[in-house]
Design a protein around this ligand. Structure first.
Ligand code: NAD
Length: 262
């Protein structure tokens, strides 16, 4: 299927690795020009080179910076001639017990996983509406639908974003202008983040990281972790011309892990 977005410009945040990178790859394969961001310049430049090799016809711009800061967002926006597609993403907050979290811990989580995406939406959505095309995809988490006890910071901050965009997506001045906003909710994907968390468990249990990852996979209906490519393909579809009537939704991509009917 041709997704009808060739030549559009996308800002894909936190995209040197993992799910963000999967989204950038899928968009580049569709002929979308991309601005990618991440904090570490080295991994970011390596990813930019991979993307250019994937489709030499598109422009790939890499902007190193922290997307949770005003400076990081300003630099990313300045590099993008116009934002037709916005993929909001940032690192997730650490696990823990809420009894140990300070106000600062909460502010950091809310800044990264709620306010940073809202600021980027604010900076781009009116331009999208004027031009009559816009696709916003927020990478959130399956934890929004089925909270994960130790990820309380994520459960809370991402639910705040979800509630906010549910209202915004339904504004007539947004929906009637072919601007959609959807959230993509990952279950368990094989990325550095998941392997990094497995490393923490490995240090406590003496198992290897691979054993822990295999153990997680064994507990999932799909019996495997998701791939960044699968995630990216779903993101690209949400950004497609064909998905213009799909808005305000929370799309779970989790290999059947969520146990509910709806
Ligand atoms: P990852 O660690 O593999 O990759 C994260 C990417 O984001 C890297 O490129 C990193 O450089 C970049 N990044 C992190 N913080 C940034 C910041 N402040 N500014 C700019 N770039 C930043 O992580 P991932 O597994 O791809 O996860 C992406 C998001 O999805 C996270 O918020 C994570 O909590 C969430 N999530 C992931 C899973 C999963 O199974 N992988 C499940 C649920 C939710």
């Amino acid at each position: 299927m041709n997704l009808g977005i060739e030549g559009k410009w996308a800002l894909v945040c936190a995209a040197s690795k993992g799910l963000g990178k999967g989204c950038a790859q899928a968009l580049v394969e569709e002929g979308v020009h991309v601005v990618i961001t991440a904090r570490g310049a080295e991994a970011l430049q390596a990813t930019a080179a991979e993307l250019r090799a994937l489709n030499p016809a598109v422009q790939v711009r890499a902007v190193a910076g922290d997307i949770t800061t005003p400076e990081g967002r300003a630099a990313a926006l300045a590099a993008c001639p116009q934002v037709d597609i916005l993929v909001n993403n940032a690192g997730g907050p650490p696990p823990g017990d809420f009894r140990d979290w300070t106000r600062d811990d909460w502010i950091k989580a809310v800044d990264a996983n709620m306010l940073a995406p809202i600021e980027l939406i604010k900076a781009t959505i009116d331009g999208m509406a004027e031009r009559g095309f816009g696709r916003i995809v927020n990478i959130t988490s399956g934890a929004v639908k089925a909270p994960i006890d130790v990820l309380g910071l994520s459960n809370g901050a991402r639910s705040g974003l979800t509630g906010f965009v549910a209202g915004l997506a339904r504004q007539v001045r947004v929906a009637s202008r072919n601007v959609t906003i959807n959230n993509l909710l990952p279950g368990v994907f094989d990325t550095d983040r998941v392997r990094g968390m497995a490393k923490g468990t490995a240090a406590k249990t003496g198992q290897s990281v691979d054993e822990i990852v295999a153990g997680r996979a064994a507990g999932l209906p799909a019996r495997r972790l998701g791939t960044a490519a699968e995630f990216g393909a779903t993101c690209a579809f949400l950004c497609s011309a064909q998905a213009g009537y799909l808005t305000g939704q929370n799309v779970l991509i989790d290999g059947g892990s969520y146990p509910g009917t709806f």
